[in-house]
Design a binder for this molecule. Structure first.
Ligand SMILES: Cc1ncc(COP(=O)(O)O)c(C=O)c1O
Length: 386
């Protein structure tokens, strides 16, 4: 390291931070007290929470908390090692088996997060001669992994099958989300699968669909009647916990066990967490009422707001309220906070310039009254914008 390296880093950091601030795009951490529940407590204030991904209301569910406590009693605190050393327990094995039985795959490989699962898959699988095709709106973890992988990556226009077909070559890897995280719309999975398989592989990241859509909550692919070659499910949203799994064939599972660096060189999730996740997977399959309640709330939201120009229809619990400029999104989010509603502003670069929004999410813990309260305030904002 030369003497000039340090000042260069300092300067770069200062410039980047002040540019962010000037663009009004600065991000901030907020402390959420007492859990990410329907009612949020932060800095001494109470809010109705419309910003969590806890779609099924499991993040603070007492039955699930007690499963985690049982897991702690049984296995202690941490896993103590990576899976291939001594970090893999019967709780991990049972979780893998539950996921395979439920989702219809031969193997499940567990990861500490969806971000690392996505990176592990693309880094382990792709070589220089490969073509990777991704929907333009795929999550940052996928796009970044694609850019850093040795393969050629091309992005097809969002849900544009013709564009995908034009780019497609035999033996490509096509990656899409099941539910798009910022827009709440669905991938056209059946059409995509019919173009892609069997000559190429289809991988679906169903972070926002698993647990929420499809029969028994089996997700976007089950809903569309599609069996992807690889399915990524994450546990930080519908499962109310955290972590992820890559669902795949025995052969790919064996390959990832050998070559997925985020699996081989990373501490396994705590066995108590795997134990709790197994419980969550069963609750999700059995407790249909959570999906029914979400559908009712979603219908009500749609009915109340469909006249607002900022409203976008979605068949999911993610409801973007698109206001355009970042400052406006910030102002509206602050206005809602003063009314006791937490709906975070999502701005570029997370979404395209000019499409800053309030990303409203509904969960099975909300009430009809909550939705009404939110809709009334959003309507008032809409009139103000108009
Ligand atoms: C589509 C999608 N994939 C992957 C991830 C990353 O998952 P995790 O939060 O478990 O790292 C997210 C968001 O968090 C996501 O929205």
């Amino acid at each position: 390291m030369t003497c000039s390296t340090m000042p260069a880093f300092n300067q770069r950091i200062e410039q980047a931070l002040s540019a962010r601030k000037q663009q009004g795009l600065q991000r901030k951490l907020h402390q959420i007290e007492g859990g990410n529940a329907r009612e949020l407590h932060s800095a001494g204030q109470r809010y109705v929470n419309f910003s969590s991904n806890d779609y099924l209301g499991l993040a603070t569910d007492k039955q699930l908390t007690s499963a985690w406590q049982q897991g702690l009693d049984k296995y202690g605190n941490g896993s103590g090692a990576s899976p291939l050393v001594t970090g893999f327990s019967p709780a991990h094995a049972e979780l893998e088996q539950t996921l395979c039985d439920w989702l219809g795959f031969e193997r499940a490989i567990l990861f500490g997060s969806g971000f690392s699962a996505n990176q592990a898959l693309l880094f382990a699988l792709l070589e220089k001669q490969d073509l990777l095709l991704q929907d333009k709106l795929n999550h940052a973890s996928l796009i970044e992994a694609g850019m850093l992988s040795p393969a050629t990556m091309k992005r097809f226009r969002h849900n544009d099958i013709e564009h995908l077909e034009k780019l497609l070559e035999p033996s490509s890897l096509v990656v899409t989300e099941g539910v798009f995280s910022m827009d709440g719309d669905l991938s056209l999975l059946a059409e995509i699968a019919s173009k892609v398989q069997p000559e190429s592989w289809l991988a679906v990241d169903d972070a926002h669909g698993i647990g929420v859509l499809g029969p028994k909550g089996a997700g976007s692919c089950a809903r569309a009647g599609v069996v992807p070659d690889v399915l990524i499910v994450t546990f930080g949203k519908g499962f109310g916990l955290s972590g992820a799994a890559i669902m795949c064939s025995k052969a790919l599972g064996d390959y990832l066990t050998q070559f997925a660096r985020h699996h081989v060189y990373s501490t396994a999730m705590p066995p108590a967490q795997a134990f709790a996740l197994n419980k969550a997977a069963h609750m999700i399959q059995q407790q249909e009422w959570r999906r029914e309640k979400l559908a009712e709330l979603s219908d009500y939201y749609d009915r109340l707001l469909s006249d607002c120009p900022e409203y976008r229809y979605t068949p999911t619990a993610i409801k973007p309220f698109v206001v355009g400029e970042s400052d406006a999104a910030n102002d509206y989010s602050q206005y809602l906070k003063r009314q006791g509603i937490w709906a975070s502003a999502i701005r570029p670069p997370t979404v395209a310039p000019g499409s800053a929004r309030l990303r409203v999410t509904l969960t099975a813990s909300h009430t009809m009254h909550d939705v009404e309260l939110l809709a009334n305030q959003l309507k008032r904002l809409s009139q103000e914008i108009g």
